[in-house]
Design a protein around this ligand. Sequence first.
Ligand code: GLY
Ligand code: MN
Ligand code: MN
Length: 468
Amino acid sequence: MFTKKTYQQRRVKLSRQVKSGLLLFLSNGESPMNYPANTYHYRQDSSFLYFFGLNFPGLAAVIDIEEGRQTVFGNDIDMEDIIWMGPQPSLKSRCAKVGISDTRPLPELAGVLQAAVRQGRRIHFLPPYRSDNALWLERLLGIRAAAIKDYASAEFARAVIAQRSLKSPEEVREIETALAVSAVMYREAMAMAQPGIYEREVAGFMEGIALTGGGQLAFPAIVTVHGETLHNHFHGNRLQEGDLLLIDSGAETEGGYASDITRTIPVGGRFDPMQRAVYETVLDMQLTAIAMIRPGTSYRSVHLKASEVLVEHLKHIGLMKGNAADAVAAGAHALFFPHGLGHMMGLDVHDMEDLGETWVGYDDKFKRSQQFGLAYLRMAKKLEPGQVLTVEPGIYFIPALIDQWRSEKKHAAFIHYDKVEKFRAFGGIRIEDDVLVTPKGCRVLGPAIPKAAAEVEAAVRSPLAGDL
Ligand code: GLY
Ligand code: MN
Ligand code: MN
């Protein structure tokens, strides 16, 4: 949690940007797993956390812009809550810590909103992504939950995006705190990447480190020898010598900030020559991309340059042919790299995706492409100091996609399908770091995590390995 001044300044800035009306914020509720009292780990809504810093359920907040009033609505706990949850500070004292003096019981919220509606005032709310909050808005505003997103305030969402996109030094420190936890997670994971170990053992150990760090995982970890399946959450495979173990994971700080790191690790500690060639390709894509990051450069151009680096290397390996720029313009590289180079990161791993992915990563000058691969690029627009982005190129051999493209002779002018066949069982490689755009360039955040092929091999063969 930051000082009250941080939250006060954020709210003032937001009010100035939206200019008029009421800004309505809803906290996230508890989310049941299989019956009401058995809930998932509580996660507050990130915009609520950003502007109010209150990390518990059962709250709403209203900023009345014209009247300059900021109110938090919530209920103080009763004896039953004390019995089950222990004593809690009063709502008033918790709100005082974030610069809010006006607190009211939750049932008063509806009346405040109805009065505003009667006066013909605009009530701005953000698009809900949880159905319980869509239903709550339905009850409060009389708009059908199914249609509620159409009535969400673009002005409000865009003002939040503008502010949350540029990280303050204290936010960057939070992200680096999460990255320090990630560094420990990867050091241990690399040492564990030995034949005979199950993916779930590595996943469990890493999750334990995230908990030990004071937070939890920022998202369900990918720990897989089948990295070619992009969102592979299966952890049941046993590692074998020569497998590539792809781990995409992040820690979350107590304050809710995330890290998002991927490393691909040779089980047993040696890349074979084919693996090394593809690994060096992905690393060159990533390092070339990082070297390009500076204010004024569009992230789309960085994505496209990284894709050209892919083509140049794959030509050398014998998998592609032709002019690299032409291959990328046609979208041929997407057989191997079907996702975007990265996304903004902060309180959310895909920062502010709930507010509108296109508003976060695109603007009037950068329209989203419909082309396969490029369409998944979440961040395209020009970079600005203060943005935190992931840089996460990858190369994957997805048998079903290879078969489909091959049967269609898709981009046959750029792809040596016969040679690609030899890589069918290769899997996938991705390397991901988190980068801050600085006034003159960028800085890779957090402690160094082994990344060069030889460093990763050495980490697998480190003395730690024998202890596990
Ligand atoms: N961990 C999700 C991502 O890398 O985008
Ligand atoms: Mn990731
Ligand atoms: Mn990512």
